[in-house]
Design a binder for this molecule. Structure first.
Ligand code: MG
Length: 369
């Protein structure tokens, strides 16, 4: 067999508006900006990946990612796409940070590996096919409006609701009081402050929420405040999950071995893709911590890649793959399907999803070959 080589990379740049603006404590998102990456090979097999940066979290934008993608594509030309270890190491050495654009290339490499092995990604990762249940997220709004939204979700059969918080203690507590009253006790509630509190506020809010049945609180404090996480964890019975504080396996080790959190939220856009996400989960497992798989505003392409990873690793206990529900358009052919909150994976080789050529025709297109 001739060794597989990367012969070219297509970079497509596009955007999809959101059905409604989505507010978190870090800002408001009203449009999702994408790069879709297709890595081509001499074997005729191509792989797809995507990046959707949220600049407040990943420190990059679509324009930054476009420039980075052109450079990364040149770095990869002529190399073996199946040596993912080497490719990911080279990309990480060449381009520190900028995790979301590296994630797009990582995803495309795994897509190629799965197609070459004729295995769906979950099987390539050595895992089984599981049916997954995602939560659905309610963005920051007036407490009454959030309670209405939560009630509508509960009535539609959503088993777990994630609620964005991170404004003031009184408002945040009122949000959860109204929501719990509206949905009753049978629904799982998770909260996410997106770094919106300082330590005294977090201690106060979580203390007041303890009687309201909160499954866990995501990222209560600033991403750098590991000591604050540790102190908060000693003062509340609500489990703490790190999100913006954990990008790679080294962060995972510092946080879990250091007793800073109970759970980790893995996102491919933060970890630079599947390769490092696997390491984060392994570190978490070694420290007795469960993980969640979360998302930015990815289309079903990125979400399908993430769902394969969850399926392959049962230590990833919680699923927060609902970003595409907020998009006005679904540009993906194939891929995982969502029936309500139940996610079913495809059995096609690799990620098992393609970007619709009709959507791509509207995108700016660069070729590196
Ligand atoms: Mg979060």
């Amino acid at each position: 067999m001739t060794e597989l080589r990367i012969t070219g990379v297509d970079i497509y740049r596009g955007a999809i508006p959101m059905a409604a603006p989505f507010r978190i404590s870090l800002g408001v998102i009203s449009e999702a900006d994408y790069l879709f990456i297709r890595i081509r090979t001499n074997g005729g097999i191509g792989g797809w990946g995507e990046t959707t940066p949220i600049s407040q979290i990943t420190g990059d934008t679509q324009a930054i990612n476009l420039a980075a993608a052109q450079t990364l594509a040149r770095l990869l030309l002529g190399t073996n796409p199946l040596d993912i270890e080497a490719r990911v190491t080279e990309m990480g050495r060449f381009l520190a940070f900028n995790s979301s654009v590296r994630a797009a290339f990582d995803m495309a490499l795994y897509d190629i590996a799965g197609k070459t092995a004729s295995l769906p990604l979950y099987a390539l990762l050595g895992g089984g096919k599981r049916q997954l249940e995602t939560d659905v997220t309610v963005g920051i709004d007036e407490p009454e409006k959030m309670a209405e939204q939560a009630l509508a979700l509960a009535k539609s059969g959503v088993p777990a609701i994630k609620i964005k918080l991170g404004t003031t203690a009184d408002e945040d507590v009122r949000r959860i009081e109204l929501i719990r009253k509206a949905v009753g006790d049978g629904i799982i509630l998770r909260v996410d402050a997106n770094q919106g509190w300082d330590l005294p506020t977090a201690v106060e809010v979580l203390h007041r929420l303890e009687a309201l049945g909160i499954q866990y609180c995501e990222q209560p404090l600033a991403r750098w405040d590991h000591a604050g996480f540790r102190r908060l964890r000693e003062r509340t019975a609500i489990p703490i999950m790190a999100d913006e504080s954990v990008f790679d396996h080294r962060d995972a080790f510092t946080l879990t071995a250091g007793g800073c959190c109970d759970y980790l939220n893995i996102k491919l856009a933060k970890s630079g893709g599947i390769h490092t996400a696997l390491k984060i989960n392994a570190v978490a497992e070694a420290c007795g911590a469960k993980c969640m798989l979360g998302c930015m505003m990815e289309t079903r392409l990125g979400l399908t890649a993430a769902a394969h990873l969850v399926s392959a690793r049962p230590n990833i206990r919680f699923v927060d793959l609902d970003g595409h529900l907020q998009l006005k358009e679904d540009p993906i052919l194939g891929g995982a399907t969502w029936r309500g909150t139940t996610i079913t994976l495809p059995d096609a080789p690799g990620i098992g999803a393609d970007v619709d050529p009709v959507f791509l025709a509207r995108c700016e297109h660069d070729v590196v070959s």
